[in-house]
Structure formats: structure tokens, C-alpha cells
Design a protein around this ligand. Structure first.
Ligand code: PSU
Ligand code: MN
Length: 308
């Protein structure tokens, strides 16, 4: 058993006590993925979407050294506004940020760790990190991937971010034993786009089917996460050929400025907003909202199927 202390909001604490479905939300997307004030509005609206489906949202972050599950208005503002320095926290950074009493926003990897500790089985995000283009040289592979290989949480996302090498990301996930399951799709979605050209061999059409796979996997002791691949709704998608030029320009800018390490993803996402005149931001918000909705439905189904 771990002794890493968790600090719950009243709403999440109550949901735990009564066995209600809970959906984890990450906070890097708030602090480093979206601009202020859209980030704060998106964070609150994701929580509302989850409640409307009959589940309870648990946004996760490290607030002044406390690993916090469910954020207050003040805590959310702290992360969104940039009034205090907010560290981007992946698995590597958790211990240090807690030990120093700092405030940090959790990535997919760090949010998965906290969610598993809190007994939360479903987590909604935008797009996971993955194998970067040119990783053969740079070695840039997101810590989200090994985490999916070891931590028991189902992550609902619109695929890996399209700035990545999607084919190599799929190879990594296969090696790590991570099921990648299309939610009502037979193709890997590519974040802003519904299609990537990469077929998925595994798919479900309902939240109940998804919950059944989670149950079988974890009851069998097959540890590790599940990637639920949920495409952005048609009305908000930017087709792959339309966004390809912007992606290449954004990656070239990162290269030219020598951006590396954990700064790459936030830098490229903000370049994308400028290069698409804000269109990528609207799509990003739409896809996260849709993921939150499907994640809540899966969490409700999973809670019903695993009730003692
Ligand atoms: N999804 C989004 N926007 C984001 C992210 C995901 O729509 O900003 C964040 C997640 O927190 C993810 C992180 O874990 O980007 C990946 O960062 P890196 O490539 O450095 O591992
Ligand atoms: Mn990286």
C-alpha cells in the first residue's frame, strides 16, 4: 500500500463514500494546453458535462504540495490564471513538487497515477502524449505511454495529438500491451481530425461494452491502462489534409527555437492556435468536451457492472 496522501474535495469524497461513478480530469491541459480564460471556462464546463451524465468530476492537480482530487474555485483559478508558477508534472516530477510544497498541473501520466491511487477507473483528456516525429534522433517519447502500460485506468482521448508520429505511437502501445479501442470508430482518430489512416483492430459501440472490457482486463490481473479512442465530433473536426501544413510549420518553429523536453507539447499547441487563427482551439475544446461525456457514460456503466 502506498502512503502518498490524497486530498479530496467534499464532492469527490462523498461520491467515493456512496459508490458513485467518478471521472478524473487532468490539469496540464488547463495550465499548459489552453490559454486563459478559455482554459478555466473549459475546465468548469467539462465538470458540468460529467455531472449531467450522472457522474462526479475529479480534476486532479498538486496544490501547494498537496495531491488534490477535485478542485475548488480558488484552486482552479490558481492553475488557470498563471498568477503563480505552475509546474507541468509528469511521473518524474511528482515527488519533488510535493516535497517542495509547489503547485503543479498533472499530465496524463501523473493524473493516471493519482486516479489509480484514488480508485478512479475512468479519466478524460484531450489527446495523449506519444512518440514524437523524429524520436529516432530526439528520443522524445511521452511518459504517458509507459504509464498506460502499467497503471489501471481507462483514458478517453481523441487519439494521440496529431503533432506526433501516430504509427510509432501505435507500435509503442502494442509493445506495452495497451488495448487501443475505437469508440464507434474503426480508425485511430488524430486529435483535431477524425481519421488518421491507421486502422484499429478493436472497437466498441456502447459504454457498456467498454466497461465490460475494463472489468475483464483488471479482474484477470492484466495490469495497465486502456486507451479509448473517441473521435472529435464531425461538426468541429479539422480534416487531416487541412491541418497538415500548420502542424509542419508549428514543428519547424519548435525546431528553429530549440524547444526541447517538456516544453515541446505546450509550445507546439500554442503555435497551432496562432497558425489556424484560433480554429484549433475551438476544435480542442470540442473534442475534450465530447471525451468528458463519453468518459462519464463509461464510468456510470462500469460502476453499475462492478457493484458488489
Ligand atoms: N491534451 C490536450 N492538451 C494538452 C495535453 C493533452 O488536449 O495540453 C497535455 C497532457 O497533459 C499530456 C501532455 O499528458 O500534454 C503530454 O505532454 P508530453 O508530450 O510532454 O508528455
Ligand atoms: Mn516529451
Amino acid at each position: 500500500m502506498t502512503s502518498l496522501p490524497l486530498f479530496y474535495s467534499d464532492e469527490v469524497q462523498d461520491a467515493r463514500a456512496t459508490g458513485k461513478a467518478i471521472v478524473a480530469l487532468e490539469s496540464t491541459i488547463i495550465s499548459h494546453g489552453l490559454p486563459y480564460p478559455e482554459n478555466k471556462e473549459t475546465a468548469r464546463s467539462l465538470e458540468a458535462i460529467i455531472r449531467a451524465e450522472g457522474a462526479v468530476p475529479a480534476t486532479i492537480a498538486i496544490i501547494e504540495g498537496r495531491l488534490t482530487i477535485g478542485l475548488s474555485e480558488r484552486e482552479l483559478h490558481l492553475l488557470a490564471s498563471g498568477e503563480v508558477p505552475v509546474t507541468k508534472v509528469s511521473r518524474r516530477d511528482i515527488a519533488s513538487v510535493i516535497a517542495k510544497g509547489q503547485t503543479g498541473a498533472t499530465t496524463v501520466a501523473a493524473t493516471m497515477i493519482a486516479a489509480e491511487l484514488a480508485g478512479i477507473a475512468v479519466f478524460a483528456t484531450g489527446g495523449i502524449g506519444g512518440v514524437h516525429r523524429g524520436a529516432q534522433q530526439s528520443f522524445d517519447i511521452s511518459a504517458d505511454l509507459p504509464e498506460l502500460g502499467r497503471t489501471n485506468v481507462a483514458v478517453v482521448s481523441a487519439g494521440p495529438k496529431a503533432i506526433l508520429d501516430l504509427a510509432l505511437t501505435m507500435e509503442y502501445l502494442e509493445t506495452a500491451g495497451v488495448p487501443v479501442i475505437g469508440f464507434q470508430t474503426d480508425e485511430l482518430p488524430a486529435f483535431w481530425s477524425r481519421r488518421s489512416g491507421i486502422p484499429l483492430i478493436d472497437q466498441v459501440t456502447t459504454p457498456e461494452e467498454m466497461a465490460e472490457i475494463m472489468k475483464v482486463k483488471w479482474q484477470a490481473g492484466l495490469d495497465g491502462g486502456i486507451l479509448v479512442a473517441n473521435p472529435v465530433p464531425q461538426a468541429h473536426e479539422i480534416p487531416a489534409d487541412e491541418i497538415a501544413t500548420a502542424i509542419e510549420a508549428a514543428l519547424a518553429a519548435a525546431d528553429a527555437e530549440g524547444v526541447s523536453g517538456k516544453d515541446v507539447t505546450p509550445f507546439v499547441l500554442s503555435q497551432m492556435r496562432d497558425l489556424t487563427n484560433g480554429k484549433s482551439l475551438i476544435t480542442n475544446q470540442a473534442l475534450v468536451s465530447h471525451n468528458a461525456k463519453i468518459a462519464a457514460q463509461i464510468a456510470v456503466a462500469y460502476a453499475a457492472q462492478t457493484k458488489a
